[in-house]
Design a protein around this ligand. Structure first.
Ligand SMILES: Nc1ncnc2c1ncn2[C@@H]1O[C@H](COP(=O)(O)OP(=O)(O)OP(=O)(O)O)[C@@H](O)[C@H]1O
Ligand SMILES: O=c1[nH]c(=O)c2[nH+]cn([C@@H]3O[C@H](COP(=O)(O)O)[C@@H](O)[C@H]3O)c2[nH]1
Ligand SMILES: NC(=O)CC[C@H](N)C(=O)O
Ligand SMILES: [Mg+2]
Length: 534
């Protein structure tokens, strides 16, 4: 049995020295890592439970301490060892990380009674310099804190101040130690990226030489080393992630790879055909289609709890891959040699949401991470596990995959199974498939496919409401439209689709789909809502 690689794998994803982001339970630790990578510097996240020794063992080029919910003076608050600041590695503290650094080095942190949340003006002290070089004397920053640094530690100079934070930024150039009270990683901090890059390129002396191209070469190499000359299967869904993972593995080990598409009956209209047409045409990969509608439907019968559904789907996926493996071996008459490796297009957000981060909450069990069964026989190959969607799209484009594949909107592996609120039946799936096909067709016809990240269409099977159609009373189900815009699915906003498009979708669904008498629009951002309803 093989357990999946830990999310904070000690095995580096690249040969480059990483900028480590130490996660103090921040909401946006992954956003910090993103911004570093956008500056073309490789970055990884590690939990705050890492000791100084463990941090240094990863040979970091620099370290960023993230924000977090604790107060440094509270009992049990996560600490940073003062020895970290003597190791000669450049360090940048953000919010809690800034306060923790001040505290560890003998500065003063206290509650000011003046909380700052949201847009806050920060004023440069003296001349703009160090990590504030090139930013205006008065800049708009985004804050979220109730504690403040009152006195910088010895050897540090104060670079900026705000109404609620006497020390809002500091630096010790000699030791390459820096910090800011605000969140440079969020877009609302207008000069945030500049401040971060000042740290990376001037403070830490790094070069912007990491690109998704590095990922490509290094992953091909790693995959070859991991798989050797064994055979391997890849779960192929028609989505972006598995298409890119499969193309990478194909580049690495060629026809040792067979892709397995599981038709679990929870797919949208036309999906199965699309996989065969687009992906096989673009790559020439070997494809095995597993018809497993029966297996999934009977395993899901009568189940309405979302996490239970997800776990069942995760388990049945693996059972379906095992069946497929047997069939592929039998077909190839390869003397019973079993296939040990399973490629999945797992991304970083799948891992984080499944509670992969130390101290991170389990929001929902993605079928390919938190939903995996205990008795998993395969060794997983997950070349995209450290990446965000847009980075995966860039890798896909470099691999020469067509835009119809890399630009596709995401669709969750558990499919319509987690878009029916209530238990899943064949009839409900057929109904939802119809509604979904209408919504998608209208979105495409309006030319707005690229304006939304994705648009889940959800059936509230456990809810009924009264309607009037053809002069008669109806008692039908609502359909929810959930169009969202997003950068990486970790946060999202509801898309402001044109009213006439929404009206057309609503009209068509209520007219054409039996059993639906109401269409509603979900106007919730993420957080607090997630993108999918289950
Ligand atoms: N129907 C399916 N058949 C085989 N494997 C699947 C199927 N659905 C999902 N998977 C596997 O689970 C992984 C995670 O699914 P997920 O939906 O996150 O990714 P994707 O479908 O590849 O991309 P996208 O996020 O763009 O939909 C996939 O990369 C793939 O390996
Ligand atoms: O492959 C997947 N397996 C899953 O179990 C799963 N759950 C959610 N999603 C997709 O992930 C993104 C974030 O979704 P949520 O905001 O609903 O968590 C969105 O893009 C969702 O469609 C999944 N993808
Ligand atoms: N966002 C943060 O990192 C907050 C840090 C600390 N808890 C404060 O309130 O000041
Ligand atoms: Mg998918």
């Amino acid at each position: 049995m093989t357990t999946p690689t830990a999310p904070f794998s000690s095995e580096a994803q690249t040969s480059q020295k990483p900028v480590l982001v130490v996660d103090y339970g921040a909401q946006y630790a992954q956003l910090i890592a993103r911004r570093v990578r956008e500056a073309n510097v490789y970055s990884e996240i590690v939990p705050h439970t890492f000791t100084t020794e463990q941090l240094l063992a990863k040979n970091p080029a620099a370290i960023i301490l993230s924000g977090g919910p604790s107060s440094v003076y509270a009992e049990g608050a996560p600490r940073v060892g003062a020895d970290l600041f003597e190791a000669g590695v450049p360090v940048f503290g953000i919010c809690y990380g800034f306060q923790a650094m001040a505290n560890a080095l003998g500065g003063k942190v206290a509650q000011t009674g003046l909380r700052e949340y949201g847009a806050t003006e920060a004023t440069t002290v003296g001349e703009a310099r160090s990590i504030l070089a090139g930013v205006p004397d008065s800049q708009n920053t985004w804050m979220s804190h109730g504690d403040s640094v009152h006195e910088a530690p010895e050897g540090f100079e104060v670079l900026a101040t705000t109404a609620g934070a006497p020390v809002a930024a500091f630096a010790n150039e000699e030791k390459h130690l820096y910090g800011v009270q605000w969140h440079p990683e969020v877009k609302h901090s207008v000069h945030g990226q500049q401040v971060l890059e000042n740290f990376l390129f001037n403070g830490a002396g790094l070069k912007p030489n990491w690109t998704t191209g590095n990922i490509l070469d290094e992953q091909v190499d790693r995959i070859r080393r991991q798989i050797g000359d064994s055979k391997v299967i890849c779960g192929l869904s028609g989505g972006v992630d598995s298409a890119v993972a499969a193309a990478l593995v194909q580049r690495a080990v060629g026809d040792q790879l067979t892709c397995v598409f599981v038709d679990h009956g929870l797919l949208r209209e036309g999906e199965a055909e699309q996989v065969e047409r687009d992906f096989v045409a673009a790559t020439g990969v070997k494809l095995y289609v597993a018809n497993e509608q029966e297996r999934f439907l009977s395993a899901l019968a009568g189940v309405s709890d979302p996490e239970t559904k997800r776990k069942i789907i995760g388990r049945e996926f693996i059972r379906a891959f095992e069946e497929a493996e047997r069939a592929i071996i039998a077909e190839a008459a390869s003397e019973g040699e079993s296939i040990k490796f399973l490629v999945q297009g797992t991304l970083y957000p799948d891992v984080v949401e499944s509670g992969g981060g130390e101290g991170a909450a389990n929001i929902k069990s993605h079928h390919n991470v938190g939903g995996l069964p205990e008795d998993l026989q395969f060794e997983l190959v997950e070349p995209l596990r450290a990446l965000f969607k847009d980075e995966v799209r860039a890798v896909g484009a470099q691999l020469g995959l067509p835009q119809e594949i890399v630009g596709r909107q995401p669709f969750p592996g558990p499919g319509l199974g987690i878009r029916i609120v209530g238990d899943v039946t064949k009839e409900r799936l057929d109904l939802l498939r119809k509604a979904d096909a209408i919504a998608r067709a209208e979105l495409t016809a309006a030319g707005l496919d690229n304006d939304v990240w994705q648009m889940p269409v959800v059936l509230l099977a456990d809810v009924r409401s009264v309607g009037v159609q053809g002069d008669g009373r109806t008692y039908g189900h609502p359909i929810v439209l959930r169009p969202v815009s997003s950068e990486d699915a970790m946060t999202a906003d509801w898309s402001r689709l044109p009213y006439d498009l929404l009206a057309r979708i609503s009209n068509r669904i209520t007219n054409e789909v039996d059993g639906v008498n109401r269409v509603v629009l979900d106007v919730t951002s993420k957080p607090p809502g997630t993108i999918e309803w289950e």
